[in-house]
Design a protein around this ligand. Sequence first.
Ligand SMILES: Cc1cc2nc3c(=O)[nH]c(=O)nc-3n(C[C@H](O)[C@H](O)[C@H](O)COP(=O)(O)OP(=O)(O)OC[C@H]3O[C@@H](n4cnc5c(N)ncnc54)[C@H](O)[C@@H]3O)c2cc1C
Length: 324
Amino acid sequence: MKRKSCGVIAKQKDENYIRLNGGAVILATGGYEGNQKMRYKYLPGLGKFLDNTEIMGRPTNTGDGHLMALWVGADMDPLPHATMFFDANLAFSLHIGAWVLSRQPWLNVNASGERYQNEDAPYGYTCRADLYQPGKFKWSVFDSKWPQEAPNMGGTVCERIYPNSPIPPFGDVNTCKEGLEKALEKGVAVTADTIQGLAEKMKVPVDTFVNTVERYNELAKLGKDPDFGKDHLKLTTIEKAPFYAIKVSPNLLVTLSGVRVNTNLEVLNNEGKSIPGLYATGNVSGGFFGFEYPVHITGVSLGRSFTQGYFAAKNAAARALKKA
Ligand SMILES: Cc1cc2nc3c(=O)[nH]c(=O)nc-3n(C[C@H](O)[C@H](O)[C@H](O)COP(=O)(O)OP(=O)(O)OC[C@H]3O[C@@H](n4cnc5c(N)ncnc54)[C@H](O)[C@@H]3O)c2cc1C
């Protein structure tokens, strides 16, 4: 049966239904980050790891647009779907400076006191590695040299730390100092004068953590990371007391895959033909991102949604006017 889309039936605030027949429908309902069943289905291998973690996207984004499109025969992006992750830990809600400081590619250890990744990988990737760790969190560990070392890490986008800035962006050293104080006060960060003492406060096995730090210092002095391949400029020793650790946990912001569309933003069926009158934009639409959000293209997700929204509206209006 050939399907087309000519309108919607929507439930209003007063629980009454309204039918709108405009000749075209644009789906702009975002991702399905708030829908556990869809996360399990379309993010295989990842879905269950997201249970009991904070989903930072809108809870109202439950994939309704995806489902409505599927009901009228739309074709879905192939698996696995793309996601946007974020290392928005507890420090994020406390203070922007604590969050930025924790995001530098310092030594990362898990709850077992072990290093497990190249901390300098894009945050979408490190977040996935964090998610698979016991307790789904990590400690970001550094020493009191951080005000000199962090600005040299050369982070991009919202990771960059500036030594001094007359108009502080959120990543200047003074803002980070304030943030660290706040995180220590609230127990999101811990500090100690010895590595053993730090391990105790982090509640990680002391001997393992001491070995991890010793190995990391050895690599930093060597200027090479044969263990995980981190850029030598991001290898900094942990030897000058006091020592610090900030607790970090990964969060899913949004899902980025959806129903396939053509260049007019018309939704396609599984024969690759457009479903007349049905358009999709932003995170309910597919074919744009693969696997993970590319952090080196700033704002590309919002940019896609705005741009597609504009063109979908133009195309849908042209169709509706033609029909009128
Ligand atoms: C904390 C955070 C930080 C981000 N930072 C960046 C960034 O720096 N750069 C970037 O490019 N992107 C960023 N993103 C991602 C970006 O915000 C999204 O990709 C973008 O907003 C998607 O736009 P959209 O229009 O597709 O969906 P959304 O903006 O999610 O809008 C969908 C809307 O549809 C509504 N809706 C859903 N179902 C229904 C229904 N059945 N009936 C009626 N309404 C419904 C929802 O309530 C929502 O208002 C961030 C996301 C988050 C959560």
